[in-house]
Write a protein that binds this ligand. Structure first.
Ligand SMILES: Cc1cc2nc3c(=O)[nH]c(=O)nc-3n(C[C@H](O)[C@H](O)[C@H](O)COP(=O)(O)OP(=O)(O)OC[C@H]3O[C@@H](n4cnc5c(N)ncnc54)[C@H](O)[C@@H]3O)c2cc1C
Length: 501
């Protein structure tokens, strides 16, 4: 790559988020370069990816390559979360659907190759700084093979994970109750592991943190703990000693190392954070550079792929029609904030469960730490609300009522993804937030299917045939919202007739 060409997009970092965005944008015809600082091989983590990650792999076009690679299956978790007895959380009881246990350097190399095959240029390089203020092309300064170089691009994507090359220019906000530190150990076993947990993740809480044990092959297992970063500092002693001390506090996770040899141990940051701004005129933050959730969720890779996918759609929109750049970046930002808020709420629930069993400062502090600063409208609160419940009951008991579109219902402009672009359509107005989809059901399409008045059974049939097949429970939830918000009303009946006027 020469020093001064102006590319469409330069991506900093070749983890799941960076590779996903690069692959998609290159395959949609844009000139893309990825500047990636290769990971230290000694830091190669084993991570699990839930079965639902497949849909994103498919959307990014990497599913076949991942399946061909043959990563071991992950069939769920055995969990002692604030519990004395373990709970088996198998993903799918009949075993048909499974997640993956991946060695990250292998997954990352595979995803980068897929980005390259699609036409992205991949360069091993460390980005030192970025100038991306104003609307001029961004300038990225990097080092490669001992030389300093720079490149210009219409947009720069920060996909550098926790490093946050752009995000750390004053945009990152840490969650004070979740400044965490992880200690990870890689264990080797010559024979079989004592218990047959090969395709399960073991997860356990203890007074001062929580731990997990996860395999990547019949002989290799990673056993890790997450502790408070402020009170358990590595500077107080060698990492291996701190790790052993924490592992000793666990009952099941530590026991999974019996008969195995510790090959190496390392520490890394596991804090939660988000960003005040996810995008600017010439930059976008994706994956962990944008926001980082609790590693407990095992959703980090899936979230990074989703962020890369939506980031690609937003940038593609901005590249083909600069007048829609603001709308596209706002849409991307809204989604990132929603994902972070939902995951932050899940972390709080987990902390509450653990604190009920371990009333220690570690868990109590986390159980009390509500995140009001990053809260977003909770659509689930609307779905659980009395109006929607009452509407649901009404729908259930009024088979013969015909429902029709209320022409007085207020619609508001709303951005949606269509194909590879973000465009403006409409959504229904609710007191909480504009809503276009509920449980994957398109509220407007559903409303329009009822223009001439239809019974619930009729509407379900019409929606499934003309819009998309959906489970009846999701359909009823969406319909209840439309009725509760007054968007659908009973069709008036002509006097003496059983059909609408
Ligand atoms: C202890 C722990 C356990 C976890 N376990 C799981 C799990 O089981 N399942 C799961 O789904 N998620 C897990 N996660 C989360 C997951 O690792 C991340 O969410 C995911 O890697 C984010 O992907 P990313 O592409 O955004 O960033 P990263 O994967 O961090 O990729 C960033 C890339 O940028 C490169 N880079 C950094 N700085 C520069 C620079 N200056 N110049 C050029 N390149 C640079 C890095 O080398 C790296 O290749 C865990 C996280 C932690 C901390």
């Amino acid at each position: 790559m020469s020093a001064e060409p102006c590319l469409d997009v330069v991506v900093i970092g070749g983890g799941p988020a960076g590779s996903a965005i690069a692959r998609l944008l290159a395959s949609w015809g844009h000139r893309i370069a990825v500047l990636n600082r290769p990971r230290a091989p000694t830091r190669g983590q084993i991570e699990s990816i839930p079965p639902s990650g497949r849909k994103l792999m498919q959307a990014i076009g990497v599913l076949s390559a991942i399946e061909r690679h043959g990563f071991p299956a992950n069939r769920g978790n055995v969990v002692w979360w604030g519990l004395a007895d373990g709970r088996d959380e198998t993903f799918d009881a009949d075993g048909a659907s499974h997640g993956l246990q991946v060695l990250r350097p292998e997954l990352d190399a595979l995803l980068l190759r897929e980005a390259e095959t699609a036409g992205a240029e991949i360069l091993p390089a460390t980005v030192r700084s970025v100038s991306c203020e104003g609307s001029d092309p961004a300038q990225v300064y990097y080092e490669t093979a001992g030389t300093s170089q720079s490149v210009r691009a219409r947009f720069v994507v920060d996909a550098s994970g926790r490093t946050g090359v752009v995000a750390r220019q004053g945009l990152r906000r840490y969650d004070p109750a979740h400044r965490m530190q992880a200690y990870l150990g890689l264990w080797h076993h010559d024979g079989a592991w004592p218990e047959n947990y090969g395709d399960r993740t073991l997860v356990e809480t203890y007074e001062d943190g929580w731990g997990w044990s996860l395999g990547s092959s019949p002989s290799a297992r990673q056993v890790a703990v997450v502790v408070d970063a402020a009170t358990t500092r590595t500077s107080r002693g060698p990492i291996a000693r701190a790790y052993a001390k924490e592992l000793d506090k666990t009952r099941h996770v530590g026991a999974s190392t019996t008969g195995a040899t510790l090959e190496r141990v390392w520490a890394c940051d596991a804090s939660m954070y988000t960003a005040t701004i996810m995008a600017g005129p010439t930059f976008l933050l994706v994956g962990d550079a944008a926001c980082c959730i609790d590693p407990l969720s095992s959703f980090g890779v899936k979230k990074a792929l989703a962020s890369g996918w939506l980031g690609a759609v937003a940038l593609h929109t901005a590249l083909v029609d600069s007048s829609r750049a603001g709308i596209a970046f706002d849409h991307f930002t809204r989604r990132e904030h929603e994902v972070y808020a939902a995951e932050r709420a899940r972390t709080l629930e987990f902390a509450e469960q653990a604190a009920a069993y371990h009333p220690s400062p570690f868990w109590t502090r986390r159980a009390l730490a509500r995140d009001t600063a990053n809260a977003v409208p909770d659509v689930n609160a609307l779905l659980r609300g009395p109006d929607v419940k009452a509407a649901h009951e009404r729908l259930r008991t009024a088979d013969e009522v015909r429902w029709r579109w209320n022409h007085a219902a207020r619609l508001v402009p709303y951005s949606v993804v269509r194909g590879h672009e973000i465009i403006v359509e409409e959504a229904i107005r609710t007191p909480l937030t504009p809503l276009r989809y509920v449980a994957g059901v398109d509220l407007l399409a559903l409303g329009r299917a009822s223009q001439d008045g239809r019974t619930v059974a009729d509407l379900f049939d019409t929606y499934c045939r003309h819009v998309a097949p959906v489970p009846v429970t999701d359909f009823l939830r969406a319909l209840s919202v439309l009725v509760a918000e007054g968007v659908l009303v009973p069709a008036p009946f002509a006097a003496g007739s059983s059909t609408p006027a």
